[in-house]
Design a protein around this ligand. Structure first.
Ligand SMILES: Cc1cc2nc3c(=O)[nH]c(=O)nc-3n(C[C@H](O)[C@H](O)[C@H](O)COP(=O)(O)O)c2cc1C
Length: 220
C-alpha cells in the first residue's frame, strides 16, 4: 500500500477480530516507526507492548476503576472553546448513530481497548517531560510523529489501530502490571489488531474541516 492510500484509509478502529497479531509483525512496525523525527534526535518515545494475560488483567482492572476519576500522567484538556466543542459534538453524534442503544457498553469498551488483541503503551521519561519551566510539549510532538507512523504502518499491513487517551487513564495499573518504573510516564495506548469490518462502529468516517477554512496562503 502506498503512503497516500494508507493516510486516506486509516481510521480509528473500535471493534477488532480476536485474531492475535504476531510479535514479529509488531516488532517490524515499531522498528520502522522509530524513523520518526524528534527534537535534536532525542527520541523521547518508549513502548510497553502487551497482549494475553497481562492485557486481560489490565482490562479487568480498568473496568473496575471505570467509575472513578481518571488520573493520567499527562493532564487531559479541560476546556473546549466552541469551535472544538462543536467538532466533538459531531463525533459523538456519529458514534451514537451507529451504536444506538449500545452506547453505554461502547463507553465501557473504551476501557477494554475495544477488545484489541494487543496494545502498545507509549511512555516517555518523567524528567524529560516535567521540566522545571513547565511540561515539555515538544516531546509530545515527537511522540505524535511516532504514533502516526505506527498507525499508518499498521494500516499498510491490514491492521487497525485506535489511539487511546483512555488507555492511560489509570497509569498506576499499567505501572504494576507492566513493571513501568516511576521514572517513566504513560502518554497513551495504541490498541492494535485486525479490524472487524462487520461491526457498524467501524463503518463511519469522521469529517475534516475544508483546507480553505483552516489555512492562509502568502506570497504565491
Ligand atoms: C491523542 C488521542 C487520544 C485519543 N483517545 C481516544 C480514546 O480514548 N478513545 C477513543 O475512542 N478514541 C480516541 N481517539 C481517537 C479520536 O477520537 C479519532 O482519532 C478522531 O475522532 C478522528 O477519527 P479517525 O481517527 O477515525 O480519523 C484519540 C485520538 C488521539 C489522537
Amino acid at each position: 500500500m502506498d503512503l497516500s492510500e494508507a493516510i486516506r484509509t486509516r481510521q480509528s478502529i473500535r471493534a477488532f477480530k480476536p485474531d492475535p497479531v504476531s510479535p514479529e509483525l509488531l516488532r517490524e512496525i515499531l522498528e520502522q516507526a522509530l524513523r520518526a523525527p524528534s527534537w535534536a534526535n532525542t527520541q523521547p518515545w518508549e513502548f510497553a507492548v502487551a497482549t494475553g494475560k497481562p492485557l486481560e488483567e489490565i482490562r479487568e482492572e480498568f473496568l473496575r476503576r471505570s467509575t472513578t476519576s481518571p488520573s493520567p500522567d499527562v493532564a487531559r484538556p479541560s476546556e473546549f472553546p466552541p469551535r472544538y466543542a462543536a467538532r466533538i459534538r459531531v463525533l459523538d453524534k456519529q458514534n451514537r448513530l451507529v451504536t444506538s442503544k449500545d452506547w453505554e457498553s461502547r463507553r465501557t469498551q473504551n476501557f477494554r481497548h475495544y477488545g484489541a488483541p494487543a496494545v502498545i503503551y507509549l511512555l516517555t521519561g518523567r524528567e524529560f517531560y516535567y521540566q522545571t519551566k513547565g511540561p515539555n510539549g515538544w516531546a509530545l510532538y515527537d511522540c505524535g510523529a511516532v504514533i502516526q507512523n505506527i498507525a499508518l504502518l499498521a494500516t499498510g499491513h491490514g491492521l487497525g489501530t485506535i489511539i487511546q487517551a483512555q488507555a492511560a487513564a489509570y497509569p498506576s495499573v499499567l505501572r504494576e502490571k507492566l513493571s513501568i518504573p516511576e521514572s517513566k510516564i504513560v502518554l497513551l495506548g495504541i490498541a492494535i489488531g485486525y479490524p472487524d469490518w462487520e461491526d457498524p462502529i467501524n463503518q463511519f468516517r469522521t469529517d475534516r474541516e475544508p483546507l480553505d477554512s483552516i489555512s492562509t496562503w502568502h506570497g504565491f
